[in-house]
Write a protein that binds this ligand. Structure first.
Ligand SMILES: [Mg+2]
Length: 135
């Protein structure tokens, strides 16, 4: 991988959650972009703003996390269809997780989540995708 840090897009309609994720990952050097929901995330992604990994909430207005994963996996652009995605879900989000995993979701973290655990899962997903070496 090149010298620059990986880029991560976080989509969540909860500003506090976005702030926690951005604080943790930018503190580790990741370049962060935020989206307020899946629609905004898709607009960024389809507009050519393609990060190395996406973290998405499951429950969001307009386009939810599962719909976002589906849209990416169905994309004709390999940069989007192969983009690693980690979903943030509630305890009751088992259905979304199962559907997401069937659709090509890479990993998930249940809210309330540990920022350290999320960072570790981001790191591993990037490593698996060949975008970062293990440390
Ligand atoms: Mg939400």
């Amino acid at each position: 991988m090149n010298a620059s840090y990986p880029k991560v897009l976080v989509a969540d309609d909860d500003r506090i959650v976005r702030r926690i994720v951005v604080a943790k990952l930018s503190g580790l050097g990741y370049e962060m972009t935020e989206a307020q929901d899946g629609r905004e995330a898709l607009d960024l992604l389809e507009g050519g703003h393609v990060p190395d990994l996406v973290i998405t909430d499951s429950l969001m207005p307009r386009v939810n996390g599962l719909q976002l994963v589906r849209a990416l996996r169905e994309s004709a652009d390999p940069a989007l269809s192969e983009l690693p995605v980690i979903m943030l879900t509630s305890r009751r989000g088992e259905r979304d997780v199962i559907e997401g995993l069937k659709t090509g979701l890479d990993d998930y973290v249940t809210k309330p989540f540990s920022p350290d655990e999320l960072a570790a899962r981001v790191h591993t997903a990037l490593w698996r995708a060949g975008k970062r070496r293990p440390t």
